[in-house]
Ligand binder design. Structure first.
Ligand code: MD3
Ligand code: FE
Length: 200
């Protein structure tokens, strides 16, 4: 497997075949029938532009009560199981890690973005995070363990996988923009990002 490492972010370009990507989209759509996308708000009440859902033992939610992992979807249903193809990918790329407890599903429509942030609601920072990009290209920005400083940007394309280990796990990062109509994988365009995480 081809890997490009930037600031300890391991990027596996074109890791998933077109068939694997389209099977994964079907698996995600089936998760979303159980646990529909919702629009998180920041603790201060501002709507985020990315819609979200999750699979696994925990899902990440955000509302007036704050950012946290919850064992159930806001509707009260259990999150669906993490699709097997994602578990297989995790075991291949992070064989020494604990099993993932959350697959966060981020859905970007045209114009959606994600500001620079750190993922710090998980208990065990020794565990990696694995991200899969599907659909339109996204401009991914990698920063540092503290806010500010120089950053580096890279386009993530459909089928690309990124594994954040070690220092990358604590780095600030965000999505500056989505390139509309750059992929035909999703029938209505946009982008899906899946992140596998160990939560406890
Ligand atoms: C670095 N997602 O879900 S994926 C997120 O494309 C998130 O939707 C972006 O940031 C997206 O939190 C970027 C790459 C990524 C994901 C999780 C990380 C980088 C990370 C966690 C820790 C450090
Ligand atoms: Fe993040």
């Amino acid at each position: 497997m081809n890997v490009v490492t930037i600031r300890e972010f391991d990027i596996y370009p074109d890791c998933l075949s077109h068939d694997a990507q389209s099977n994964l989209v079907d698996a995600v759509r089936s998760c979303l029938q159980t646990a529909p996308l919702f629009q998180p708000t920041t603790p201060r009440g501002k709507a985020m532009s990315v819609r979200m859902s999750a699979a696994g033992a925990f899902g990440w939610v955000s509302d007036r009560s704050g950012y946290r992992y919850e064992p159930r979807h806001p509707s009260g249903v259990d999150w669906p199981p993490i699709p097997d193809m994602l578990l297989d990918l995790w075991h291949r790329l992070a064989p020494d890690a604990r099993d993932p407890e959350c697959c966060l599903i981020n859905w970007y429509a045209d114009g959606a973005k994600m500001g620079m942030h750190q993922d710090k609601d998980e208990a065990d920072f020794s565990q990696p995070v694995l991200s899969v990009s599907l659909g339109d290209d996204a401009l991914f920005r990698m920063g540092n363990a503290t806010r500010g400083g120089t950053t580096e940007s890279v386009w993530l394309r459909s089928g690309d996988v990124v594994v954040m280990r070690n220092s990358a796990r604590r780095a600030y990062h965000g999505i500056d923009r989505i390139k509309a109509n750059s992929s035909t994988l999703l029938r209505d365009g946009g982008r899906i990002n899946l992140t596998l995480r160990v939560v406890t």
